[in-house]
Write a protein that binds this ligand. Structure first.
Ligand code: MN
Length: 330
């Protein structure tokens, strides 16, 4: 089962924007994702962090996992590891991730569901494919976004928000050619379910071949589009943007994008994109693996706290499954 779908003709519509009277954002840069291995060795495509992290602020990292068809025994995850100083947002389009944490949380993220984890002061967790997916193999496709926290919120109490696929606010483009799922934040007055410390808007849109998607966008947010699959163009200047590429828009009050008339065979529904932006935090960033703080001293403190068990403890029933790899700061 993939991400949630709906008949766009029955949904609330985005407002029609005047071509001439709207301040459209131009495209400032196109960035290709680079490939990395994460956790036990699953491949991710990562458009940021790249050369200029300030373009992505308040976001720290985007990991695009799959889409991949796992054979039996191939599915991999990320065993027990800590986080401090930011939030992770995991959106699973196909397949599933199972998570367990040091504050008694746990569950399955699957089929268009989102898990919002505020690591804040500190948490230990694992993110693993369910046994059934490991045993039988199957399709897996998901995204993990890291959202920074400002200095005064870095050590907030950890919390989870489990957002089911049906909780997302669904909207359509003006002509019904695009479906927009609001995962977090607000779009044109429609609120998504995710409650965020740092103001952001995070959407997954499916744009039918040849269809246009245009929307108002807060002027104090940055604005980016990342392509999960398919091809299209971004901005009034129609810069081409295809799978695995990120577009960063410049200033303005609205963004526009368009799906190409023909789509590749791996994207039969159209152009699948994430649209995201937020209010830049503009503070110094010190990062080391799973810790993102403001200063080097705070990173050293985080490592000491982790080693002393102050970021939490692995629940006793999971200790038997530990391996030496769990000690790594992944
Ligand atoms: Mn993690």
């Amino acid at each position: 089962m993939p991400a949630i779908t709906a008949d766009t003709l029955t949904l609330p519509r985005l407002p029609e924007l005047s071509e001439s009277a709207t301040s459209w954002r131009g495209v400032r840069r196109i960035v290709p994702a680079r490939r990395f291995l994460e956790g036990e060795g699953f491949q991710v495509r990562r458009p940021f962090p790249g050369v200029d992290l300030s373009l992505a602020d308040p976001f720290l990292l985007l990991d695009h996992m799959g889409a991949v068809e796992y054979g039996p025994g191939e599915a991999k995850g990320a065993p027990w590891h800590p986080h401090r100083g930011f939030e992770t947002v995991t959106y699973i389009i196909d397949g599933a991730f199972e998570h367990t944490d040091s504050i008694g949380g746990g569950g399955l993220i699957t089929d268009g569901a989102t898990q919002w984890m505020t690591a804040g002061a500190g948490i230990l967790h694992n993110e693993m494919p369910p046994q059934e997916l490991v045993a039988k193999g199957g399709l897996f496709h998901g995204v993990q976004l890291w959202v920074n926290l400002p200095r005064e919120l870095k050590l907030v109490r950890p919390r989870y928000q489990d957002i089911e696929a049906r909780d997302a606010a669904l909207l359509s483009s003006v002509d019904g050619g695009a479906l927009v799922r609001v995962i977090a934040g607000t779009l044109a007055g429609h609120d998504g379910p995710g409650v965020t410390y740092t103001p952001i808007t995070y959407l997954h849109a499916t744009v039918s071949p040849g269809a246009r998607l245009a929307m108002p966008w807060p002027e104090d947010f940055n604005a980016m589009v990342y392509v999960l699959s398919g091809r299209g163009t971004v901005g009034p200047e129609r810069r081409p943007l295809e799978e695995g590429q990120l577009a960063v828009y410049g200033p303005g009050a609205a963004i526009t994008m368009r799906a190409a008339d023909t789509q590749p065979a791996n994207s039969p529904t159209g152009w699948e994109i994430l649209v995201l932006g937020g209010q830049p935090i503009r503070e110094p960033i010190a990062r080391y693996g799973p810790f993102v703080m403001n200063t080097r001293e705070e990173i050293i403190q985080a490592i000491e706290d982790f080693q002393a068990g102050r970021l939490g403890q692995i629940p006793a029933e999971h200790l038997a499954h530990r391996t030496s790899a769990d000690e790594k700061l992944t």
